[in-house]
Structures are given as C-alpha cells and as structure tokens.
Design a protein around this ligand. Sequence first.
Ligand SMILES: Nc1ncnc2c1ncn2[C@@H]1O[C@H](COP(=O)(O)OP(=O)(O)OP(=O)(O)O)[C@@H](O)[C@H]1O
Ligand SMILES: [Mg+2]
Length: 289
Amino acid sequence: MQGYIQKAETLIEALPYIREFAGKTVVIKYGGAAMRDESRIASFAEDIVLLQFVGIRPVIVHGGGPQIDRLLERLSIPTERRAGLRVTTPEAMEVVEMVLGGTVNKQITALINRFGGRAIGLSGKDASLIRARRYDLPGPDGKPLDLGEVGLVESVDATVISTLEAGGFMPVIAPIGVGDNGEAYNINGDTAAAGIAGALKAEKFILLTDVPGVLDGEKKLISTMTRTAAHAAIADGTISGGMIPKVECGLEALAGGVHKVHIIDGRVPHSVLLEIFTDAGIGTEITRA
Ligand SMILES: Nc1ncnc2c1ncn2[C@@H]1O[C@H](COP(=O)(O)OP(=O)(O)OP(=O)(O)O)[C@@H](O)[C@H]1O
Ligand SMILES: [Mg+2]
C-alpha cells in the first residue's frame, strides 16, 4: 500500500508543472548521438507521449550524425567536419536526406505512435516548413569555409506546425531545408531546432545529447551558462565540436523569444521528464545575461 501512496505522491508533485506547461509548446532537439539504440529511442518516445497526454505540445527536431556516418561509410563516401558541421558534397547530401528524412525520422515517429502518441514525421521540405540558404561560415582567416550543401535557416513557416498541433498531431521534424530553387540543404539539427523554437516562441527548448550538459575544463558539469561565459569557453576551446552549434543555438533561441533553454543528457532514462516535471535542475541551462 505504502508503495502505491508514494506513486500517487510522485504524480501529485508533477501537478504544478503540468499546470504551468499544459497547452504550451516545448521544442525538443533529439541528438543523433543520444539515440544510438532502439531501446533508448523507445524510452524517449514514451516520455514524449506522456507529455502529449498531459496537454503539453512537444515539437521534436532530430539529428542523426552517427547514423549518417554509418551509411556514408558503407557507401565509401568520405566525410569531414569543420567547426562541428559536416562538409556536405552533393553525393553526401543524398545520403543525409535519406537518413534524416527517411530512416531516423520514421523510426522516431513510429515509436511515438506505437506508444499511443499521434506523431507526423516531416522534413523541412514538406510544405516548405524550413526555408534555407547556403551557409558561408567564415574560417579563421576570414575566408568562407566551404561546407558544400550545408544550410542556414532563412525562415520557418510556423503555420505548418500550428495546423498540425490544432489537429492534435505532434510534428517530428528532420533538419533539411529547402532553397529558392527547391534544392535541399543539410542543416545542423540544433540550428534547425533553434529556428523552429524561435518561430514558435516556445516555452522551452530542450537539447538532448550524449553528455551530461556543457562541461568545463575539468569535465565538470556547468549548471548555468551565460552568453559571456559561452563565448569565452568557445574562444578558449573548452567548448568544441558539436557543442559549439548547440550553445550558439541556445543563445540564438533566447534572443528569438524562447523562454528557457536546457542542454541535457539524453542517455539518462526519462531525462525529459526530469527536466520538465522536477526542480532537480539537470544539465546546463543557457541564460541570456
Ligand atoms: N565543453 C563541452 N561540453 C560538453 N560536450 C562537448 C564540449 N566540447 C565538445 N563537446 C562535444 O560535443 C558533443 C555533442 O555534440 P554532437 O553534435 O556530437 O551531438 P548531437 O548534437 O547530440 O548529435 P547530432 O549532431 O547527431 O544531432 C559531445 O559528445 C562532446 O564530445
Ligand atoms: Mg550535433
């Protein structure tokens, strides 16, 4: 009996958070690195379905770096990264689109639906949800790094998402953008998610990855990170690789009107629920000031 009462108490503890977030949009970036096996994705999907049933509106944007790497390797297509972003040749772009818009997107969507959610998988090309242009990232010498078909978000059509939400559907979005001539762009998942979170003025933007959060020089978790600290940590190399776009996107989302941004460990079971329904304060919160 005691056990059951404890369970009821746990549910009641979530009540203030359910009340606060019911009807609100929470954008969740699900990183490729945190979704290595099917059982982990299944556990994530269950959490998301719970959110949907308590009236929260999750919007999922996923990555798929490791999954793309695997297929590129099988096809013997060489790949390299610059500043945490994949240099994308037209040949690699075909694979990126197949893996992100196909395999990964449908795997997440199917699992959410299996647990009783109502998810629709789409890429940024569908209904021109994400309009994009080529990303000419300047290198250390000021000249643009040639990243190939890598894109930046130009605009997000929020009506596509609100229409789905109004019908009770949860969008699961692959980070592919569409250019003026219908061409596809490979957009970093964090960048696409930040654009979407900004366009929706999301209540929360949660980035799930495969580390506990942003780590300092001694590999200890930084629980709150300001804009100034983030720029300093990128400049001195404490933050590198895939964590660079993540932190920059968090700051950009805040500037775009998102209320709260958290980078959390997607390997921890139920990390999304812990973030939303408890005061435990897991991971790193990115703050404006
Ligand atoms: N200071 C830091 N703190 C934490 N992680 C860092 C730091 N600097 C670099 N990283 C790296 O950033 C990685 C996370 O970014 P990565 O792009 O690899 O994953 P993801 O964005 O979750 O997945 P995907 O890109 O497939 O969507 C970590 O695994 C870690 O190796
Ligand atoms: Mg990444």
